[in-house]
Design a protein. Structure first.
Length: 410
């Protein structure tokens, strides 16, 4: 069935088959990834004795240390017009790394494998998002990315549940978690090869200009109207975005939750993300993607402030942290790509999205290092307070800049 994709049904019927097929690939791959992510904080900090500062560095690596490879993947995909091949290489590399986790047992050997895994993610993310963006018209970008992220998040919901089930059967069974994770990762590669179609070829060039023109330098992309401001906004806010692994660790401490139940915390976030991804994507198409993107960071700030507040440990604290965190991802992840897609010409779509993803990922990498350092030096409470203050100032600065830009254009 290499020549066809499964036809979406129900609420997904309005999106092209390529978007639906990529959503299925992401669903299976995210089951694999989130099985590992759900147990990783406790595995490294409680099991292998990694310090908060070292974990902050690793979490930053998870977010952005290989961000430059997003540019490499985007550049190769745009130059060769082989978006599916580049994305498939990234998925295959990540699948190999899931299996490699079975052969390592020290914090920094695990870190090395995760770095290679992030390399695969860096290679595949921009070509995958370009395949989605090139499959739909500009006015439907938010819905298309919302559908993809909803399917992706279904995997993020199932991954921690699968990890919980494995740990329930095999106490301290981290190796069993890694084995099942590797199997799902391989399945994702198979689905990509069978069901995802390559992006449509660009219009043929006129006869006098048969040679394909060289792609312009990456720096010229930042001169495109709106893209530079979007990159700056994503980077400034990303610098003060507390990683969800840290938030789960802090929530676990407040709840005094046992290690066996820790993988269930991401399930709440993923469930909200799953339910909200498509409606929030449609809302972004109507109200403005940049506005919804900023609103997502306001919700994240609310979750951080609630963790700082003297709220009794219980259902209110759990829902008050996990629900805004899920809405934050629904309002930022696919919405940011949907905002950038129409700003970019088709022949530079992958590279442009990679530039934006790299700016955000590097900022989050720096933010994780800063947060881990503050936790090590002053403790989790002061570190979280500084992050909240920084995010509040960043939101204020971005809002002022947007207001000035609006006045100048009017």
């Amino acid at each position: 069935m290499a020549g066809g994709t499964p036809a979406p049904k129900g609420p997904l019927r309005a999106v092209p088959g390529t978007v639906f097929a990529l959503g299925l690939v992401s669903l299976v791959t995210d089951v694999s990834a989130e099985m590992v992510t759900a147990v990783l904080p406790l595995y490294l900090m409680a099991g292998l004795g990694m310090s908060p500062l070292a974990f902050g560095a690793l979490d930053g690596l998870h977010q952005g240390a290989t961000a430059v490879l997003r540019l490499v993947g985007g550049r190769i995909a745009d130059r060769t017009r082989r978006h599916k091949l580049v994305a498939g290489t990234g998925y295959a590399l990540s699948a190999a790394c899931k299996a490699a986790l079975l052969a390592v047992a020290t914090p920094w050997s695990v870190a090395a494998v995760l770095a290679a895994d992030r390399t695969g993610k860096g290679l595949r993310t921009a070509p995958r998002d370009a395949l989605i963006s090139l499959s739909v018209p500009p006015g439907e970008q938010g819905r298309a990315f919302g559908v993809h992220r909803a399917l992706d998040t279904a995997g993020a919901l199932l991954g921690p549940l699968a990890a919980f089930g494995v740990l329930w059967v095999a106490v301290d069974g981290y190796e069993a978690v890694f084995t099942v994770s590797a199997c799902f990762a391989v399945l994702g590669v198979v689905l990509l090869a069978l069901f995802v179609r390559e992006a449509p070829a660009p219009a043929p060039t006129p006869a006098p200009a048969r040679a394909r023109p060289a792609l312009p330098p990456v720096r010229t992309l930042l001169r495109l109207p709106g893209l530079r401001g979007l990159c700056l906004t994503a980077a400034v806010l990303g610098l003060f975005t507390v990683g969800d692994a840290f938030l789960y660790l802090l929530l676990q401490r407040r709840l005094d939750l046992s290690a066996g139940y820790f993988p269930l915390l991401p399930v709440g976030t993923a469930a909200v993300f799953l339910l909200a991804a498509v409606p929030v994507g449609r809302l972004a198409d109507r109200l403005g993607r940049r506005r919804v993107f900023l609103g997502g960071h306001v919700l994240l700030l609310g979750a951080v402030l609630l963790l700082l507040a003297p709220v009794p440990a219980g259902a209110l604290l759990v829902v008050g942290v996990l629900a805004p965190l899920g809405l934050f991802y629904a309002a930022t992840d696919g919405v940011l790509m949907a905002a950038a897609g129409p700003l970019l010409p088709a022949e530079l779509r992958t590279t442009g999205l990679a530039v934006l993803q790299t700016a955000q990922a590097l900022a989050r990498f720096a933010g994780s290092l800063l947060f881990g350092s503050a936790w090590t030096l002053w403790g989790p409470g002061p570190a979280l307070g500084l992050a909240a203050a920084g995010l509040l100032l960043a939101l204020a600065a971005v809002s002022v800049c947007d207001g000035v830009r609006t006045l100048r254009s009017s």
